[in-house]
Design a protein around this ligand. Structure first.
Ligand code: NDP
Length: 251
């Protein structure tokens, strides 16, 4: 059997794809042949234009993923405008920073709700169709803080560790139905999320010294891993958290 990364004939749903890693993933999935729906709260015009330039279909679904409330709407829209969802990429995420002793309940809930609760229930809703059809791929965007505690980001570390747990739990239960569930743990990637770190000369130098590859990751580095995990080349990969970190965790 030929190994294939081709996604022709597949439909993908990517959350938080108006910018950064999500945008690069949506474009890469389209370049690999998939039609793509993007779900998020901000204007995704740039992403939709990029997808359209590949000749694939691009669909925008307006949704605030800070709660589970829009999930039924997202699935209904994706199915009615695109068809079945074969690939789900849970990328939308936020981070809140504060000292442990000052950390607020609001910052705890906001990060857990967006990064973990919505991820699980959107996956659950999408997986129902996948299980019926006997195939599907779910790719969750985790973090190095899936494995490490970080500093001043307890809710983010908890949520991203939780992404690993949910990935493995879903992978176990859905494997017999032909659905693979994996996660990607990005290292330091140049997006809006990390703009402050990139422009802080001292922190930037400390980060670069710690990365064996000697450079920040690009959103495209994560997109390549997402295409692999979404493709039939990864049919025997499930329940895995793939670090794409320039060797950070190897050090
Ligand atoms: P961005 O801030 O560029 O992207 C985050 C995306 O999530 C945006 O599209 C944002 O939309 C969306 N989002 C956040 N909250 C909501 C919400 N309530 N409803 C809908 N969409 C929402 O950052 P990145 O591209 O860096 O982050 C993407 C993912 O990668 C996140 O899960 C992040 O935790 C993870 N990650 C990033 C790393 C990095 O170094 N950059 C490292 C490790 C993990 P909006 O524009 O509307 O806010």
């Amino acid at each position: 059997m030929a190994i294939s990364f081709d996604l022709t004939g597949k439909n993908a749903l990517v959350t938080g794809a108006n910018t950064g890693i999500g945008q690069a993933i949506a474009l890469a999935l389209a370049q690999a042949g998939a039609d793509v729906a993007v779900a998020g709260r901000s204007d995704p015009t740039e992403t939709l234009d990029q997808i359209s330039e590949t000749g694939r279909r691009a669909v925008s679904i307006k949704a605030d993923l800070s709660s589970v409330e829009p999930i039924d709407h997202i699935i209904e829209e994706a199915v009615s405008r695109l068809g079945q969802v074969d690939i789900l990429v849970n990328n939308a995420g936020i981070i809140r920073r504060s000292d442990i002793l000052e950390f607020s309940e609001e910052d705890w809930d906001a990060v857990l709700d967006t990064n973990l609760k919505t991820l699980f229930f959107l996956s659950q809703a999408t997986a129902k169709g996948m299980v019926e059809r006997g195939s599907g791929k779910i790719v969750n965007i985790a973090s190095l803080l899936t494995f490490q505690g970080g500093i001043r980001v307890p809710s983010y570390a908890a949520a991203k560790s939780g992404v690993s747990g949910v990935t493995k739990a879903m992978a176990n239960e859905l494997a017999p139905s032909g659905v693979q569930v994996n996660a990607i743990a990005p290292g330091y990637i140049t997006t809006n999320n990390t703009a402050a770190l990139q422009s802080d000369d001292i922190r930037n130098r400390q980060i670069l010294e710690r990365i064996p590859t000697g450079r920040w990751g690009k959103p495209e580095d994560i997109a390549g891993a997402a295409v692999f995990l979404a493709s039939s080349a990864a049919d025997y990969v499930t329940g895995h958290v793939l670090a794409v970190d320039g060797g950070w965790l190897a050090r």
